[in-house]
Design a protein around this ligand. Sequence first.
Ligand code: ADP
Length: 585
Amino acid sequence: MLQESEARYRSLVTATAQIVWVTDTAGQVVTQLPAWQAFTGQSFEEYRARGWTAALHPEDHQRVEAAWLQAVATRSLYEIEYRLRRADGCYRHVIARGVPVMTPDNEIQEWVGTCTDITERKEADRRRDFTNALLGLFAHKPSSKEYLDAVVETTRNWTGCRAVGIRLVNEHQQIPYESCVGFDPEFLRIENCLSVERDKCCCIRAISQSMQTSDAPLLTPGGSFLCADSPGFLDQLSASDRGNYQGNCVRFGYASLAVVPIRFRNQILGALHLADPRPGFFTGAMVKHLESIAPLIGEAVRRFRAEAEVSRYRDQLQDLVSQRTAELERTNQQLQLEIAQRKEMEEALRETARELQRSNNDLEQFAYVASHDLQEPLRAVAGYVRLLERRFPSSVDDKAREYIAGAADGAARMETLIKDLLAFSRVGTHGAAFIPTDLNPVLQRALSNLQQSIKTANAKLTHDSLPILPVDAPQIVQLFQNLVSNALKFRSQRPPAIHVGAVQESQRWRFFVRDNGIGIEPQYFDRIFQIFQRLHTRTRYPGTGIGLAICKKIVERHHGEIWVESRLGEGSVFHFTVPVLQVKS
Ligand code: ADP
């Protein structure tokens, strides 16, 4: 029964791809182990007893023997992982498991165990861990430099090689190492200056993808370069092909090389560069895996570049915004200053205007009071002069009569002057409220006051139909009267023809008094509106020089304008305007 089951067990393990081994109770190999023999190439003589430990990796030797002796001593399960030299000389990772086979009396009969080659599984696990680590770095999003440093370090850990670097094409078409570990500094100094456009080497052509025929032995199906023996490779090249390689790797003792392009979509951004002094260090499988993760590095590089660009634009924008803000603030301050200055000036102007108004009022008041009070003594003087003439007709001689007449004439002129002055000052001080008034009867009043003069001058007087406007009627009578009386007074040899017109112009009415009199020279157009300004002697044209000043004052009080158009010897037109709406009287 036992024998039967044992036989079944043995056949089962032999059928598997594993190495099956059997030892005696003391843990010594006593029977032939064909699977072991086939795997390690050891002969029975070599592996019998404890000779099998010679096939272990020297570094694992002690650890394995200790574990085996312990399991035998404690009769417990034996399980350990170690490197076992294959018949071809390369070490494989195996996991060894063994159990004691017991007799019905609970005695150890023998030890039976297996050794399983887990190299492939281990490699797959390490590849997965490496890929996961790179994905983790990608997701973690540190800075570009931190990311590339971590990629380089992780790659070196995974491959176990001496030197790893990431070269990226810069704006000058050079391929410096953005990050690297383990390279000779002098090697880096030389290689950092290499240009994709000018220089020639297979590591450059891995980036520019312009392969040479001589590159063919190094080229992998994935477009990388893999060299297991750089001195040997260079040696077998012809002298002309030799010129297509820098040879720095050989000079610095890097026998094994791998250059894997870093791609982003259909563009190559740079390369992953691995180097090791041991020949044949990099395997095709290793490079293939690196080719599968390189696009991840490309994606990250692009992302960091895009982020850097965005941040550069953001900074520029920020700068621009701050500049504009500063400019605006400066302009604003300037504006505030100007506004403040303008306000000050306006206030000063208003104060001056108030001052002027006050002094004007004072003057008007004074002129009014003075002229009013002067009337009384003047009347007395004129009265006494006339009394002198009447009461002593016989005692005054011709000379005295001439003097008396002179005094009377002077008194009369002074009376006119005072009367006119009074009228002038009354415009401001005794004005009435503006009331909508039909101006036709107003003009008629003025003309009837001048009836005698019109007749004497034999004047022809016409007028337009006048509107209704809000005015101080007595003042407008005075205004028409002054203008028409001047038209009569300053007539030429021709019989006077005078026209009073009215024209509506948007928000105002323009009135005019046109005559065919002596006219005025242009240089006097402004002066004649000033008080006491006359262009002729009193003997030729009597007057005080106040009439037009009164007109101007009345028009301005009605918020209008007054001006003259004239040609000397042809006649004059006096225009004045009155707004349709009066804001205040
Ligand atoms: P006055 O009539 O008392 O001289 P005004 O103030 O009315 O004073 O006129 C000032 C001056 O303007 C006059 O002396 C005269 O020289 C000139 N003037 C006024 N109206 C006319 C006119 N219609 N034609 C020519 N000159 C005129």
